[in-house]
Design a binder for this molecule. Structure first.
Ligand code: NIG
Ligand code: FE
Length: 411
């Protein structure tokens, strides 16, 4: 099947295939073609260019006068598979409790783990599928999904098997992350090393055998897992071929970044609390920082220092962190706005962080994240708008007219 999108007011994020991520000052550049065409064949981008050179071919034409086209958002950090929402904790926070206080009284991640026990794999799959469809409808065209609400052998496998089913049924690329080390279950509070043994000796071998995960994650934080515990878990995961991609520096800087870099982590995510020395260490590594502004907004905690990160020459990706506790939204259009409004990023930097760099942060930069020959035809057509500055400016709405996945319009 072949289609050509013509008279595109501006085709954004056009890149050569060797461009896998953008760093520092390059993040402020968003290559584009005005008055463009985009040719799609068999779900892939076949070609694109200026309307002056549009090929004369007898295929379906879609007129995009006054509209912009850009690649779908790439969400490199989500916890989309969970049992139920946690709005009671949200009200507790409005009434003055902190995220930490709620966790200490059995809420938080442990609350989600409890909710997961009573739900069947089929129910979990159906709920998660509808959340995934919702994310796609708001412009997400590739996604990473973590386990981490099981915290037992059966629970973690249930989550990862659901993610695998989503992978097999979904039109968009999905990467799976094993996050057994998301919290220490109550039964192991006095002997956390036993829980780590369970992760290493009972969970990882099955996950590897059933090919249930691409990445391994640890929540490295006071009261959760220390840098040395994270090191042990990441090394065990790496022995099974899982690539580290971790939660660090959300509330405290406790050495997680050093440990992540030493383990060649693909990404370090959260970074709401980040020292200058940690930024320097990241600058000397291949690990990409990932900021999660929807979590900062929802928990009223600091935003990752995007300006410092980019001004030091680093790449930055942004993701939703979609989860029932700290970011119950998968809407990346709001993340683009927050990047500009709260993190002082330019629209170009924000769009790069949510497309090409998002794809890089989940090892998908050869498939999605830019308008590039041979990549998936996953893109967004805007409503008639003046220019792309309207994307962050229109916070709370999206300017999206339609979303195309593998060249097919999503209804
Ligand atoms: O990335 N911080 C750790 N994990 C999640 C939140 C988990 C939850 O509250 O359910 C996060 O913010
Ligand atoms: Fe997270």
């Amino acid at each position: 099947m072949s289609q050509i999108f013509v008279n595109i007011k501006e085709l954004l994020q056009v890149r050569n295939s060797y461009e896998r991520k953008v760093c520092g000052a390059q993040m402020n550049e968003l290559p584009s073609i005005k008055n463009a065409y985009l040719w799609v064949e068999n779900g892939l981008i076949k070609d694109y260019g200026s309307m002056d050179t549009v090929p004369e071919i007898a295929i379906e034409q879609i007129d995009c006068t006054e509209r912009l086209i850009f690649p779908t958002w790439c969400d490199s950090h989500t916890h989309l598979v969970f049992g139920d929402t946690r709005e009671d904790e949200f009200v507790d926070r409005i009434n003055g409790l902190t995220y930490e206080e709620i966790a200490n009284k059995g809420g938080g991640i442990l609350n989600s783990a409890k909710k997961l026990e009573s739900i069947t794999e089929d129910e979990l799959y159906e709920k998660s599928l509808s959340r995934l469809q919702q994310a796609i409808s708001t412009g997400t065209g590739a996604i990473e999904i973590k386990s981490g609400y099981g915290l037992s052998v059966e629970g973690e496998l249930k989550l990862l098997r659901v993610i695998k089913r989503l992978k097999e049924s979904s039109e968009i690329p999905i990467k799976a992350t094993f996050l057994g080390a998301h919290a220490i279950p109550t039964a192991y509070k006095s002997n956390p090393e036993d829980y780590i043994d369970l992760i290493i000796n009972k969970m990882l071998p099955v996950i590897a055998r059933e090919e249930l995960a691409d990445f391994i994650d640890v929540f490295c934080e006071k009261g959760y897992f220390s840098p040395s515990q994270m090191d042990r878990i990441l090394k065990a995961g790496k022995a099974y071929g899982l690539i580290p991609k971790v939660h660090v520096n959300q509330f405290n800087s406790i050495g997680g970044i050093e440990s992540a870099i030493q383990n060649y982590a693909l990404s370090v995510d959260h970074l709401e609390v980040l020292t200058d020395a940690e930024i320097d260490s990241l600058a000397n590594s291949d690990t990409i920082p990932v900021a999660l502004p929807l979590c900062s907004l929802f928990l009223s905690i600091p935003y990752a220092p995007a300006r410092k990160i980019i001004d030091k020459g680093l790449p930055l990706a942004i993701a939703s962190d979609f989860n029932p506790g700290s970011a119950p939204s998968s809407n990346l259009n709001l993340a683009v706005s927050l990047a500009c409004i709260k993190m002082n990023m330019s629209p170009e930097e924000a769009i790069n962080a949510l497309t090409l760099n998002g794809a890089f942060a989940m090892n998908l930069a050869t498939e999605v994240g830019s308008i590039t020959q041979g990549k998936k035809a996953n893109f967004i057509i805007t409503e008639p708008i003046k220019n792309y500055h309207l994307l962050p400016y229109s916070f709370g709405s999206s300017n999206i007219e339609s979303v195309y996945i593998n060249g097919a319009k999503q209804e």
